[in-house]
Design a protein around this ligand. Structure first.
Ligand code: AKG
Length: 285
């Protein structure tokens, strides 16, 4: 097993410093500008028309998906369906990300979902969670996300936090476990319903030794869907933009359109907004 695979197996994540080059970053900067503008425009148009996002997306199968911040219906928290919407990202960036994951795992992966967290100044915190619990309406039980940073992620603007070694930290806990290509991995106790729906329970978070993982623009962080993570609010005056492309093993099937088909039909379902600083995350199940 390579050093990278060993670290990934033990920690659930790995940082690939400057994995994207200057040309990739220019492509991403231009594409993300256009995507953000579209997201912003959609929120403004919907506020003007009074139509609810959940009604709008039921009849929009190819549109970019936008979710506003909890404290402001006009402020973009995140946009999704990037690969479906942006031919450039699909053509220029996606093969590279797939390549990073396939080099790490030695098997083929396909895109499951994607998103860009805009994390504008003042943009909200993402509470500690495991991504896998938001995906269990679909067959794959194991996913790997490539997080790419369009801005430096710092302590001040809300970089990601991952555990030093959560498998050791929670070894004594009785938890449900799922069989994955990396062995049996735990589903940690989380809050069910209410404003903390999907967040890992506080007493479990307290047991975990957390590390801040700062990143530079152009770095890629690969993490699996079981490793707990969170980020604080953006307390700086600039954006902290990061895109997250989540893949599943090709052998498990291709669910990208099915995932977004369901999200468009059930936009308000809190399942699709676990641990996000959006009003949707706070709706009752
Ligand atoms: O963008 C962030 O800071 C956190 C992202 C995250 O954990 C998520 O979107 O599930």
């Amino acid at each position: 097993m390579s050093n990278h695979s060993e670290t990934f197996k033990n920690k659930g994540y790995i940082v690939l410093p400057q994995a994207l080059d200057a040309q990739d970053m220019t492509t991403l900067e231009l594409s993300s500008k256009a995507l953000y503008q579209r997201a912003d425009q959609l929120l403004a148009e919907l506020a003007e028309s009074g139509e609810r996002l959940s009604d709008f997306y039921k009849r929009q199968q190819n549109e970019l998906i936008v979710v506003p911040e909890i404290d402001n219906p006009l402020k973009v928290c995140r946009y999704e369906y990037i690969d479906g919407y942006s031919e450039t990202i699909n053509r220029e960036i996606m093969p590279k990300l797939k390549g990073f994951i396939e080099a790490l795992t030695g098997s083929e992966f396909v895109l499951f979902k994607d998103k860009c967290n805009a994390k504008n100044p003042g943009g909200g915190a993402f509470d500690p969670h495991q991504d896998v619990i938001a995906y269990d309406q679909f067959q794959p039980v194991y996913h790997i996300t490539a997080a790419i940073f369009l801005d430096d992620a710092t302590l001040e603007n809300g970089c990601l936090n991952f555990p030093e070694n959560y498998l050791q930290d929670v070894a004594g806990l009785e938890t449900e476990k799922r069989e994955t290509p990396l062995g049996m991995l735990p589903i940690l106790p989380s809050y069910d319903g209410g404003p903390d729906n999907g967040n890992i329970r506080q007493e479990v978070c307290d047991q975990i030794r957390w590390n801040t993982v700062t990143a530079r623009k152009g770095d890629v962080v690969l993490f699996d869907s079981y490793v707990p993570h969170f980020s604080e609010k953006n307390d700086s005056q600039k954006t902290r933009r990061a895109m997250f492309f989540t893949f599943n093993a090709k052998a498990d099937g291709n669910f990208y359109e099915a995932y977004y088909g369901m999200k468009r039909q059930e936009f308000d379902n809190p399942k699709f907004h676990v641990a996000t600083p959006t009003a949707h995350a706070k709706l009752e199940n």
